[in-house]
Design a protein around this ligand. Sequence first.
Ligand code: ATP
Length: 293
Amino acid sequence: MRYGSADVLRGIDIRAERGEVVALLGPNGAGKTTTIEILEGFRKRSAGEVRVLGTDPGEGDEAWRARLGIVLQSWRDHGKWRVGELLTHLGRYYTPYGTPERPRPYDTAELMALVGLTEQADARIGRLSGGQRRRLDVAIGIIGNPDLLFLDEPTVGFDPQARQAFHELMLRLSGMDTTILLTTHDLDEAEKLSDRILLLAGGEIVADGTAAELARRFETKAEVRYTIDGEPHARTVEDATGHVRRLFAEHGEAVGDLEVRRASLADIYLTMVREFESGRRTEPAAHLTEAAR
Ligand SMILES: Nc1ncnc2c1ncn2[C@@H]1O[C@H](COP(=O)(O)OP(=O)(O)OP(=O)(O)O)[C@@H](O)[C@H]1O
């Protein structure tokens, strides 16, 4: 993808299988939104091959579009409409595209229960709180019971309870064979929800794999904390299990308050981005893609 004379994406290669949840991570300006917009058919690519549900997004018709779900940053229109009313109205567009395996649209009451908006069914959209509006964005994105769902930073502004409910909903959808492509800056969220993580930096996919594969590849260390006779100690080690075994062999009962903290996806992410930015390019991601399949 080129904007004017600037190459924003330089030949990225992404493949997602049915029912897979893929998280697209990367620093601000890396090209995540651009990628998603090309896949959604909202933005015309400069070059390259793209197939989404078997169709070139540039040529997708209404039947193709009905199989996609898109959660936009925020649904600001229709402030005077009531929540249930708007969902029922939008849902009608999907009716002709329902199949016995995948009925469309969702039943409005069921969908409101799913996203936690039952109590707001009769509330005007203009009066919803930020978090409630975001839940409505999600409800609008999935009203058509999509085969493929695009989520661009879905949980910005959610309280912890709403976030947890949203994660449960996503896991449920992926269990129902919905393929999900997610962008987020919340790395815990990416780790929890996704089967596979793609890191986009400098217009290329610089890492592709499960969180565990990325951790192995970047040889991140673990931190072990403990006390010996009440005296605190902390060590950063590669082999936490071996370290703990030796610790007990040597100090036995004197060891207390043991804690092992493995690298989180946030640590791995920062290592990857730092490595990329320092010019020590990570290897091509292809072998990891193979491993993930
Ligand atoms: N319409 C446009 N015209 C020119 N440049 C653009 C346009 N849209 C995006 N860009 C540039 O392309 C790059 C990628 O932008 P994009 O919005 O895809 O990044 P992103 O990874 O989604 O970032 P963020 O995490 O900040 O949302 C940026 O450098 C941006 O300035």
